[in-house]
Design a protein around this ligand. Structure first.
Ligand SMILES: [Ca+2]
Length: 273
């Protein structure tokens, strides 16, 4: 290992250490009643597709027969159009190299994307994927979805922002709770049949959130997927939910995962109390 490689390794360890600590804390948190009191559903895999292992997935959605994905990390961030059947990248645009790309969603003839701690969002042309404009917002940016009227944004806190798609102004906030306790680390989002689905960062869980009350109605446990069982990189977590409304197909993937899955939810087990 040369000096630069060693430095990189140390840097990586320094970066990973707080995340590992966060993962352990989260694992402890999920063993409490907040997890036990809410019904848990498992999944069945209906289809498996290739996914680019170079994609540090931060945003994912399905529109008009293709997937749109955004990726993170400084110098590696981009938004891309991806063919489902073979994971081929059909179009992509890089995000400014000093920025960390986060969630992406469509609105009208635009794509809107976030950055993590840079406080800058971008608007792109949906067809050509050329950059149209940028805008500022407060706090961190994690994920985006939309309900047909508003955008919905996560920022790592237990509060989701409901936003005007044109002005990006906050219309209202959704405080997300499970068994009365706030749920932090809400990450990639997807609006599915009147619910907000949200990956919980550093876990194998997706929350099914009632958008009106913010109550977690159920957990989806994806711990049966291969990538959640054998993970060499602690950052390579479940993150990416897309829904094909016309075909009623639900897709999930994760950061640098080799696969993207179409999944079906199984019947919920009763809450453990
Ligand atoms: Ca999504």
């Amino acid at each position: 290992m040369d000096a630069s490689a060693e430095e990189t390794g140390l840097t990586q360890f320094a970066r990973m250490a707080p995340r590992l600590a966060a993962a352990i804390l989260l694992a402890c948190a999920w063993s409490t009643s907040a997890f036990a009191a809410v019904p848990v559903q498992g999944i069945q895999v209906k289809a498996t597709y290739p996914h680019d292992t170079g994609a540090y997935t931060e945003g994912l959605f399905y529109l008009n027969g293709v997937l749109f994905e955004s990726t993170g990390r400084e110098g590696q961030s981009n938004i891309r159009k991806v063919r489902l059947k073979d994971g081929a990248v059909l179009q992509s645009q890089a995000i400014q190299r000093d920025m960390f790309g986060e969630g992406v969603v469509n609105w009208g003839d635009e794509l809107i994307s976030l950055t993590w701690r840079d406080g800058v969002g971008f608007r792109w042309d949906l067809k050509t994927m050329t950059l149209k404009s940028s805008f500022a917002y407060p706090g961190e940016g994690w994920a985006l979805t939309q309900d047909g009227t508003h955008l919905i944004m996560s920022d790592g806190t237990p509060v989701l922002r409901v936003l005007d798609p044109k002005s990006f102004k906050i219309v209202r906030r959704i405080k997300v709770t499970a068994d009365g306790k706030p749920v932090a680390n809400l990450n990639e989002l997807e609006w599915v049949k009147g619910e907000i689905l949200a990956n919980i960062w550093m876990t194998n869980l997706i929350a099914r959130i009632d958008p009106k009350s913010g109550t977690v109605k159920g957990w989806i446990d994806l711990g049966s997927l291969p990538e959640t069982r054998t993970r060499m990189d602690p950052d390579a977590v479940l993150n990416g939910i897309a829904y094909d409304k016309a075909g009623d197909r639900l897709f999930v993937t994760g950061k640098n995962w080799p696969h993207l899955y179409e999944i079906k939810l199984t019947a919920p087990k009763d809450a453990r109390r």
